[in-house]
Design a binder for this molecule. Structure first.
Ligand code: ADP
Ligand code: MG
Length: 304
């Protein structure tokens, strides 16, 4: 058997395994045959609220009947598992070293939300062997029509992994707070993405702001700086979340703020952001999705 057909056989088997893992009642296919919408959430600087935002956005999407898959690629202090109060035994590292298949490590975090847990094997994707990349590609291919939204909680900064996720996503969401270092680091990230990787579209999500005025003023400052110094950048305003103790309290209780305080101001703001995201048009059929994203991985080595 040649490599392609053995891969195909593996994909078919994993596809049925993964379908077993994701409830059949939710297997309704995703919009326009474009595959899941891939949204990367990153930031120039750590600790700005990415993991909280990913978890809570997932809750807001799921409450609208969307099937959400989260890839926890942030190896920072707080994993996404914390805010769902789960303790996964296996992670993507076990897939990369061949011990497990993707279907065996995906865990249900809440109704309609599945997670691919983070693992040390994800530290540097560029160091994967050709075989690891191919097998990861085939595993991700199986997920395509079982998920509506694929959310990636990336790490902070301009490491190669973060850049990859941002390049391949339909929507590249950058989270910033009004803190000057957060804004300058967001700018630095946009600069690298646009000058070195030709990514020109970004969505800025402001977190921990005092009010809408503060969010808009930081957004405008960032837009002015990019207009002045960078070419053809489009930064869309994705919304804001105010600084609120309820977020910290929900983390302490290992819950999402949407489930703990569904009627709070912050929960309302997150739901509004989720609605905004769903209204954004898909950019193009080849400009996102998991398959495309993973293919870039495989091709990467050839370009080096
Ligand atoms: N809107 C907010 N108001 C108050 N605290 C927040 C808010 N967003 C996040 N936090 C807190 O900031 C800290 C870092 O958040 P986290 O999501 O782990 O950031 P990141 O993933 O970007 O490193 C956590 O303690 C979290 O509870
Ligand atoms: Mg995080």
């Amino acid at each position: 058997m040649d490599q392609a057909s053995s891969l195909r056989k593996m994909v078919d088997k994993q596809s049925s395994d993964i379908k077993k893992n994701i409830p059949s009642s939710t297997q309704t296919g995703n919009v326009n045959g474009l595959g899941p919408r891939v949204i990367s959430v990153s930031s120039g600087k750590g600790g700005v609220g990415k993991t909280n935002i990913v978890g809570n956005l997932a809750m807001a999407f799921a409450s609208q009947g969307k099937r959400v898959l989260i890839l926890d690629a942030d190896l920072g202090l707080a994993n996404i598992d914390i805010i769902f109060g789960i303790h996964p035994t296996f992670n993507i590292g076990h897939v990369l070293n061949g011990e497990k298949q993707l279907s065996e490590i995906i865990v249900e975090a809440s109704k309609g939300i599945h997670i691919i847990p983070a693992g040390s094997g994800f530290v540097n994707l560029t160091h994967l062997t050709e075989g690891q990349k191919l097998s990861l590609l085939s595993e991700f291919e199986t997920i395509g029509d079982m998920v509506d939204i694929f959310l990636i909680d990336t790490g902070a900064g301009i490491s190669t992994n973060v850049l990859y996720f941002n390049i391949a996503a339909d929507d590249c969401v950058i989270v910033a707070t009004p803190e000057p270092t957060s804004v300058t680091d967001a700018y630095a990230m946009i600069k690298v993405m646009s000058t070195r990787h030709d990514t020109k579209h970004f969505k800025l999500l402001m977190n921990m702001v005092k009010d809408v005025a503060e969010a808009k003023s930081v957004y405008q400052n960032l837009c002015q700086a990019t207009e002045r110094f960078l070419n053809d950048i489009v930064i869309e305003y994705a919304g804001y979340i105010t600084f609120d103790e309820s977020v910290r309290e929900s983390v302490r209780q290992r819950k999402t703020v949407i489930s703990l305080y569904p009627d709070s101001i912050v929960s309302g703001q997150i739901k509004k952001i989720a609605d905004t995201f769903l209204k954004w048009p898909r950019r193009s059929e080849y400009d996102g999705n998991i398959k495309f994203f993973m293919k870039r991985f495989v091709d990467y080595k050839m370009q080096q």
